[in-house]
Write a protein that binds this ligand. Sequence first.
Ligand SMILES: [Zn+2]
Ligand SMILES: [Zn+2]
Ligand SMILES: [Zn+2]
Length: 103
Amino acid sequence: MKTTLKKTLLAALPLAGLLFLNAPASAHDDWQHERFHDQLGNLHEQEHENLGALHEEFHEHPYSRREHRRFHRWLNREHNDFHNDLYNEHQDYHGRDRYWDRR
Ligand SMILES: [Zn+2]
Ligand SMILES: [Zn+2]
Ligand SMILES: [Zn+2]
């Protein structure tokens, strides 16, 4: 895989981490919770767009089948990792104020 592709994605990913830092540390209000969910949703959408764009970019180049397969495996792994991150952030959030048990 071309390293430029990797760089593009790696540059896009830390954005997610930065946004999470702004998530309220002790949010109890519903609207804050909803905003947090919105943020998660937006991040997820963004990530899908990033990965999708990378995928399209990849297909514009004449890579071999093997490289293509490898790229897809890598994409899936990135996507999975991202889902895990989102899930953990969400769990953290709910673990903090026990929303998890009530909803
Ligand atoms: Zn939630
Ligand atoms: Zn996803
Ligand atoms: Zn493909």
